[in-house]
Ligand binder design. Sequence first.
Ligand code: PHE
Length: 450
Amino acid sequence: MTDHSNKDGFKSNLGSILALAGSAVGLGNIWRFPYMVAENGGSAFILIYIIMVFAICVPAFMAEVAIGRNTGLNIFGAFRKLAPKGWWFQIGTLGILGSFVISSFYIVIGGWTLAFLARSIVGSFNGMNASDVSVLFANFVDTPIETSAWALGFVVISVAVLISGVAKGIERFNKILMPMLLGLMIIMAINSLFLSHFWEGMKFLFQPDFSHVNTHTVISALGQAFFSMSLGMGSIITYGSYMRKQDNIMKSTFSVATIGILISVLAGIIIFPAVFSFDIPAEAGDRLAFVTFPAIFQVMPGGYLFGIMFFMLLLVAAVTSNISLLEVIVAYLTQEYKMKRGIALAIVVAVLSVTGTLCAFSLSSDTSLIIGGRSLFDLFNYFSAAYLLPICGLLISIFVGWKWNKNSLKQEISSNGLYPVRYFPFFRFMLRFIIPIFIIFVFLYALGIM
Ligand code: PHE
């Protein structure tokens, strides 16, 4: 096993779990999950999503952590080390591409969050109802220079965390921000209990209705599970490479999966009772968090503070995930090209200021950045989750299941025999057969081949 004790890395088990959870829990859980639930017919979607998380994503997550920790390297270096021959290291290309694609639209939403936090603080939404906020949001998105500037502000916050490195930056901030996020969410969920239509929201969330379930639901749930567990693009491999040898991979994975589901469900508990109580169409789509909420806070007791709290928690969740996206590229550049962290970050910022700006501009009304009927922003959002991540996840599963030596894998997962790995055969079986077959099946179906 490689010894990288003198390398910058996570210094405690709790630190690594919170960092992994910080990566996983993000806009995916609080912004994306509720509108996916709304679009896909409510709780049946949640059930399928939870099955996907445990059956498909938990083994895939353990596999990524194991690759990272075993090699102690970035996504390219890791595959090159484990399989010096062949083309497996090209998974790294997909990963780097994935992190740029995702962060390009992610920072735009991060920018909206920042802007809406500022607007909540100065009281710009005062006296507005949902249709006023909807107009405000539409006008806001239609001023791409402003939204790009906010996106850049969001990037600057992420860089400010990353510049201090892994232990002093990523780990330290996650240890502060993740408990804060959970605390804010619990306060807001408790507040939901007192809304007039609490039970209606709960029914929508928890009473399964399978009449809406079709292949699209399954693809969306799979994509959502991959996206929300940060799989299939190297974030987990990279964070895994910073973990200590004595940390328990299986336990950490289950903790992250559970925290992720808990936060997604909490987001649902915060959002849907409010949606029903204030008569807002639940299918407001990806605008749900930005249009619905500011309006609700106007009529909710204590709404001023809750408004600030909501955008604050969204910001925290977004920053802790975005840094894990960018760290994939930073680790790659610093390790493979021996760049300084500062230089690597400067390159990342330079690329993102172009690609993020393009995403922001693709949402303006006179844009020409529409491809196949979708704005660049939507394209990046949809295709990264629905295609890029599962395809990359498929390759990683095949690699770990078929190519990587079984004993080395077992040694890594058990921390050299330190922890029992009772489920190992099941876990490896999932990686070898079920995950690849399932993902291929879903794609063939999606492409109309089956
Ligand atoms: N998991 C993050 C979220 O839910 C998004 C993300 C995807 C982060 C892939 C890193 C890698 O918001």
